[in-house]
Design a protein around this ligand. Structure first.
Ligand code: ZN
Length: 228
């Protein structure tokens, strides 16, 4: 049994917490994390991303329709529950939809005026994210936010159906960049810290894979590795 780091949830010997730089983009993040990302992840970036943000929270689940904390944070809106501090946040779900705002949309600025943006990020593979979205009916009443630009992942660990699939860490990095450009996030927040952390993670993962491959080759063909 290996030991886990209970901050980044990676195996202790693979802990990347010392690599985390905390940034304050002036907006709040809520990660809705699929249990697969939460407990079985090898390369999930959601937890490290949350650790990198001053104001962030993780909720683990699949169907968030009746999730009390989500309702608390998003209440104050029509049709939602009466409790919670709904006046504090303007929640938006980072999810592609026909009516989605983009960061530069003046309607987003107007609608969120006087409140703090609460960016709800579904942290799962695209396949599960779509499922979570479908099941979590409480999200359907919230406005969506999507990217202004097209981005490509810097590296794909997991087999994704679409090349434009971004890791959670990259998504948040690009989003902060777009929000900053639109004047909706702290101009001093250095989102490149997230990309650096992502690159570190990729390098680390690749070196682990290489070690694994070498070990496998050694097991299969020990004669090739015999000392001369
Ligand atoms: Zn750690």
């Amino acid at each position: 049994m290996f030991k886990r780091c209970y901050s980044c949830f990676r195996p202790k010997q693979h802990c990347l917490c010392p690599e985390v730089t905390v940034i304050d983009p002036g907006v709040s993040f809520l990660f809705l994390m699929h249990p697969k990302e939460a407990y079985q992840q090898k390369t999930g970036t959601g937890r490290l991303c949350a650790l990198s943000l001053v104001e962030s929270e993780i909720l683990v689940g699949i169907d968030f329709t009746t999730n009390v904390r989500l309702l608390e944070l998003t209440s104050g809106r029509e049709g939602s529950t009466p409790y919670g501090d709904g006046t504090k946040y303007y929640p938006v779900v980072l999810f592609p939809s026909q009516q989605a705002f983009t960061a530069a949309d003046p309607r987003l600025r107007n609608a969120s005026a006087g409140k703090k943006l609460l960016i709800i990020v579904i942290d799962a593979t695209w396949f599960f994210a779509k499922k979570m979205w479908k099941l979590s009916r409480s999200l359907h009443d919230l406005p969506c936010l999507s990217f202004e630009n097209d981005y490509r992942s810097r590296f794909i660990f997991k087999k994704q159906p679409a090349p434009e699939y971004l890791s959670t860490m990259e998504s948040v990095g690009y989003l902060i960049r777009e929000l900053k450009a639109a004047g909706l996030a702290e101009p001093g927040a250095d989102e490149s810290a997230l990309f650096r952390l992502f690159d570190t993670m990729v390098r680390f993962q690749l070196s682990c894979e290489q070690t694994r491959n070498e070990e496998q080759a050694r097991d299969l063909h020990p004669e090739l590795f015999k000392r001369q």
